[in-house]
Design a protein around this ligand. Structure first.
Ligand SMILES: [Zn+2]
Ligand SMILES: [Zn+2]
Length: 117
């Protein structure tokens, strides 16, 4: 999903709306040659508008994928030992999760340890 400058389709068979998001499936189906920049005096496409709304409401447009978790002190991707704490400590009743980042491959992950040890 990426917000672009508004453009509108020129074919009579397409709906008379303008699109402004690359994640819109209707917009994606329209070939470059039928696209004209600008809103063309048309209302916005609901699909594009919806994407825009959720992007603005949530504050972060992309859902953050969950970080991989490991109990070993090392990078889960390259098994490197050059890891640095990246902030974010999450503690629940039984577990403490600390966000680390690998200095070698850049992978962010959570180091999980028991809160009782
Ligand atoms: Zn659209
Ligand atoms: Zn690594």
């Amino acid at each position: 999903m990426m917000i672009t400058l508004p453009w509108h389709p020129t074919r009579a068979t397409d709906r008379a709306v303008y699109h402004d998001d690359t994640g819109c499936s209707e917009a994606a189906a329209i070939e470059q040659q039928y696209r004209r920049p600008g809103m063309g005096g048309r209302p916005p496409c609901e699909d594009c508008a919806r994407v825009l709304d959720t992007a603005m409401v949530g504050g972060s447009p992309m859902p953050v994928p969950p970080l991989p978790e490991t109990r070993e002190r090392g990078c889960p991707t390259c098994h490197g030992q050059q890891i640095a704490q990246a902030g974010h400590v999450m503690a629940s009743r039984a577990l403490i999760k600390v966000e680390y980042r690998c200095a070698v491959c850049g992978t962010a992950f959570l180091l999980v340890r028991s809160a009782f040890t």
